[in-house]
Write a protein that binds this ligand. Structure first.
Ligand SMILES: Cc1cc2nc3c(=O)[nH]c(=O)nc-3n(C[C@H](O)[C@H](O)[C@H](O)COP(=O)(O)OP(=O)(O)OC[C@H]3O[C@@H](n4cnc5c(N)ncnc54)[C@H](O)[C@@H]3O)c2cc1C
Ligand code: SF4
Ligand code: SF4
Ligand code: SF4
Length: 423
């Protein structure tokens, strides 16, 4: 068993880092250490965490200063929002949503810039951030990889590229963008940061277990995995794994054991259930997301092949958006229209009842069995759940009554606190 001492956050006499439940693994502290005294190591659940080498540490405090969890940002109050999609259907079909990551990246590449994004590095298919300098290299970045990526040394690469006067686009989860901004410490006109609305990130160890099961089932390790394939449609996406003998395996989101565990929030990083990076707090210039609910807002932009929500938070974001306007169809919308179908922008997922069970068993049982174990409830658990839901309903109805009877006063009684995510 790992001792508490192994977590950088709890090492005695060493600089303070984020609490272990809040640490997002953004790697800003790792990148900022001038003595390379921090290593990012997998914890017992498979998530990377900073571990300080006490002998190398000179107590300069640089790691504490850049940690975004110790100095959270403020929400972006009035982003300019669009429903949008690339005019290039082939591009959309290979992207998760409307293909806008690629549209934005192309404008940066044509200026001789660098684009940072996530790929599944071969042969082990490990999710890592890398830099792309060509259109061809963008292809591997397309599509959501539903596992936490390791930024490795990319924060330092960004700093060096900006110092050299190059334009840079960095894409990632809001906590990674928050970490990058804290690491850089100052604004740079050449930097464009693009975050995703983030449901949460699954454990790399669970992803490894999934890949091992696929390898055992097919007699060889998968050579690629695409989690947001649109063969059926954008809404009914499927996970496709391919193999050296060119065979492929496809399962949609309702049947694939890995995607089902991800969507049920069973294998997310602990910090995801307490996430403080969303709502534009990361300082990102642009937020990209699936525009769930587009059929109600703008049916003309919905062909079930992928439509994005785009939130522009800064002038740099608005300029970058204008630069790719020719390749994009878009309609202005309100933030409320975006969040009506995508609550993940506003609130983190709740930690489900079965998470502990899933994370305790995914190594010992087949993933499908671990999923069953985590979602199966004993009569006692069902009773507790019913009691909890009844209490929630009662509180909600009392709140509603107070809101309707006391009008404007209610916001003082109940300051904008997000409602719990339905379990
Ligand atoms: C873990 C995860 C959770 C998400 N949760 C939601 C959600 O709840 N609601 C929602 O509307 N959208 C969510 N998204 C975003 C959505 O799936 C699309 O990525 C987004 O709409 C951009 O689509 P696109 O077609 O423009 O780009 P695509 O071509 O699909 O580009 C993918 C982009 O995502 C980045 N990326 C891929 N995998 C990762 C990763 N593991 N970590 C960090 N960056 C990654 C790539 O670098 C690239 O920038 C999530 C994405 C990820 C990776
Ligand atoms: S205090 Fe300085 S030397 Fe020590 S781990 Fe943090 S950044 Fe590195
Ligand atoms: S900087 Fe990032 S990785 Fe380091 S302690 Fe803070 S949240 Fe964790
Ligand atoms: S939910 Fe929050 S903490 Fe988790 S990966 Fe996404 S941005 Fe980071």
């Amino acid at each position: 068993m790992k001792s508490k001492k192994q977590d950088g956050q709890t090492q005695k006499g060493l600089p303070r880092l984020a609490d272990r439940r809040d640490c997002t693994g953004c790697s800003a502290c790792f990148a900022a250490c001038p003595r390379n005294a921090i290593a990012m190591k997998a914890d017992v659940e498979g998530f990377l965490r900073p571990v300080i080498n006490a002998a190398q540490c000179v107590r300069c405090g640089a790691c504490s200063r850049v940690c975004p969890v110790l100095a959270p940002g403020t929400p972006s109050l009035a982003p300019t929002c669009f429903a949008a999609r690339s005019k290039d259907l082939d591009l959309r079909l290979t992207s998760s949503s409307g293909g806008l990551f690629t549209e934005l990246s192309r404008t940066v590449l044509t200026e001789g810039g660098l684009v940072f994004g996530v790929v599944l590095e071969k042969p082990a298919l490990t999710a890592i951030h890398v830099a792309a300098e060509t259109e061809e290299a963008l292809a591997a970045m397309r599509g959501s990889k539903y596992v936490q990526s390791d930024p490795r040394h990319t924060f330092r690469q960004v700093r060096d590229a900006l110092r050299a006067g190059r334009r840079v686009l960095y894409s990632g989860t809001p906590c990674q963008i928050a970490g990058l901004h804290r690491f850089l410490g100052k604004a740079d006109a050449n930097l464009l940061t693009v975050e995703l609305i983030c449901h949460g990130v699954p454990s790399p160890a669970v992803f490894d277990a999934f890949k091992a099961e696929l390898a055992a089932e097919h007699g060889s390790a998968p050579t690629s995995i695409a989690a947001r394939n649109k063969f059926y449609s954008w809404r009914r996406f499927s996970l496709v794994s391919t193999y050296a003998d060119t065979s492929e395996n496809r399962e949609d989101l309702y049947t694939n054991r890995y995607i089902r565990a991800f969507l049920a929030d069973l294998c997310l990083r602990p910090s995801c259930y307490r996430c403080r990076a969303r709502e534009g707090r990361s300082g990102a210039d642009i937020t990209l997301a699936d525009f769930w609910g587009i059929e109600k807002v703008c049916p003309a932009l919905d062909d079930d092949r992928g439509t994005s929500a785009v939130l522009l938070h800064t002038e740099a974001g608005r300029r970058a958006w204008a630069a790719c306007a020719d390749g994009v169809e878009s309609v202005p919308v309100t933030l409320e229209q975006v969040t009506a179908g995508n609550g993940a922008y506003l609130r983190p997922p709740s930690e489900p009842f079965g998470r502990k069970r899933y994370m305790a068993h995914f190594r010992d049982y087949p993933l499908a069995a671990a999923l069953d174990l985590a979602t199966h409830r004993t009569w006692y658990e069902r009773l507790v759940r019913h009691g909890r839901n009844a209490a929630r309903r009662l509180i909600a109805s009392c709140r509603k009554r107070l809101t309707t009877t006391r009008g404007g006063v209610s916001s003082y009684l109940y300051p904008c606190r997000p409602l719990p995510f339905p379990t």
